[in-house]
Each structure stands twice: as C-alpha cells, then as structure tokens.
Design a protein around this ligand. Structure first.
Ligand code: NAD
Length: 243
C-alpha cells in the first residue's frame, strides 16, 4: 500500500494533504473521537468549545479551554508534521489543509497552509477588534483574570473557529485550491466534522490514513488503518526525502 501511495504521489499533478486531530495525538494532544482516549468520551466539545457557551458562561468556557489549549502550546511537531513539511518542500505536496488549531504544521515549516478552523497564535477583542497574541489570554488567566479582558473592557477570544462560528477565510481559500487538486492524502481525521468532511468529494482521488474506519473509506483509492507516524515514516523512506 505504501508503494501504491508513492506511485500516486509521483504521478499527481496537484497533490494536497488534509489533516485532523489524529495526527497530533503522537505529540501528546488528545483528539476528539479516538476510542478510549478521545476528549468526546469525557465532555461534549460541541458544547464546551462553542460560541454560545463562551458568551453565556465565559468564566467556565475559558477555565476548560485554556487548560486544553495550554497542552497545544507546549507540544512539538511529530514525524507526521515533519514528513508532510518535507513532502511540500520536495514538491510532492502543493498545500496542506488542516482542521487542527495546534500550530504544529506551522512549527514544522509547512508553507501553503490552510488552517480552516483557525489557530492558537492570535486573539482579538470582540468589542473593539484590537489584536492580541494568544499568550495574552494565558497570562491573564494565570493572574486570575477570567474571562480575559481587552483594555476597552471587551472579551478577548482566540482566532479559532468554535462550534457555531462561521467558517474561516482559510476554509474558502482551501476550497479554491481543492478545485485544482487531483490527489488528497487524508490523515488523522474521523471525517465527521462538516463542512471539512465534504472536501474529499471535490478531489479526483483520495488516500485515507487513519487508525479507525471513516465513512469515506469505501471511496478511497488506498486506505491504511494504522498510526500516522509509522505510515509517513515509510512514505518518506520510499520517496527518499529527509525530514
Ligand atoms: P477526530 O477526533 O474526530 O478524529 C481523529 C481520528 O484520528 C480518529 O478517527 C482516530 O482513530 C484517528 N487517530 C488518532 N490518533 C491517530 C494516529 N496517531 N494515527 C492515525 N490516526 C489516528 O478529529 P478530526 O476529524 O480532526 O475532527 C475533530 C475536530 O476537533 C477538528 O475540527 C479539530 O479542529 C478539533 N480538534 C483539534 C485538535 C488539535 O488541534 N490538535 C485536537 C482536538 C480536536
């Protein structure tokens, strides 16, 4: 199957990657839906990470989410992020679409990156739109200021797409790129979060690398139910690229 993936990558005109929370579990960040370890088994993220919860219960919202997001800030890219960045550099991938907000593709050096659910680098005031570094939220929280406040008194929120928020500009820019894409390599996503889960349908061919089955497996050119790090290590070896 690795040989087939390499063959598809070498013959593609415009290959892209689509990644989800599963590729960052090997960096110590829990995903939502993995059996046994996924966050969804403990809380309902559709509620806890929603715009309505942030507005109705800001103190509880930041208490829960800042604790989660701090784990993301401390994490480092793993082999999957590094191989994906090296594949782009070597010309095998034209771009990376990610649902992750953890900055790990960015830290690994991916360039044509579409963070369709936003990222944890920046934040803004919901009242006056003043821009902040994400660290401002963490600093205020650690000083006991909860919820985080702008100098104007407004609530500061991170630049991520919460449940109930409109999609980001990156999502629409990613859709434009997908028009050109003839091969999509999907890794670490349950493909259950819409509208991102529709993206494979716009590509000629797609490959799925995920530990557990997804609703799109039957339509994929190649499906590997295994750990992303192991699979990407083998792909890098066959492509003879350094990461
Ligand atoms: P998901 O949790 O719904 O699915 C993750 C999938 O990855 C699961 O099917 C699981 O079997 C698989 N998986 C877990 N570890 C793996 C590994 N090492 N190798 C291969 N497969 C592995 O994730 P999703 O589809 O991305 O959707 C969840 C939403 O949650 C996204 O919108 C994302 O924004 C958000 N989220 C992001 C992060 C992050 O930024 N790291 C973390 C949690 C949730």
């Amino acid at each position: 199957m690795i040989d087939r993936i390499v063959q598809l990558l070498k013959s593609a005109r415009y290959a892209m990657a689509l990644t989800g929370a599963g590729i960052s579990t090997e960096s110590g960040i829990p995903d939502y839906r993995s059996k046994g370890t996924g966050l969804w088994e403990k809380v309902n993220p559709a509620e806890m990470a929603s715009i309505s919860y942030m507005l109705s219960n800001p103190k509880e919202f930041f208490e829960f989410n800042i604790t989660q997001w701090s784990k993301y800030a401390d994490a480092e890219p793993n082999v999957t992020h590094r191989v994906i960045a090296a594949m782009e550099k070597a010309g095998y991938l034209r771009g990376i679409i990610t649902q992750n907000i953890d900055n790990l593709h960015y830290k690994a050096g991916s360039k044509n990156l579409f963070e369709v659910h936003g990222h944890l680098r920046t934040a803004h005031c919901m009242n006056c739109a003043k821009k902040y570094e994400f660290d401002e939220l963490v600093n205020q929280f650690s000083k006991g200021i909860n919820p985080p406040r702008c100098t104007c008194g407004g609530l500061i929120r991170p630049d991520v797409v919460l449940f109930g928020d409109p999609m980001s500009g990156d999502f629409y820019r990613a859709l434009e790129q997908v028009q050109k894409c003839d091969l999509l390599i999907i890794a670490g996503s349950s493909l259950q979060v819409y509208p991102v889960a529709e993206i494979p349908l716009y590509c000629e061919k797609f490959i799925i690398i995920n530990r557990e089955p997804t609703p799109f497996d039957e339509r994929a050119e190649v499906v590997i139910h295994d750990t992303a790090g192991k699979v990407f290590e083998s792909i890098a070896e066959k492509l003879d690229i350094y990461y």
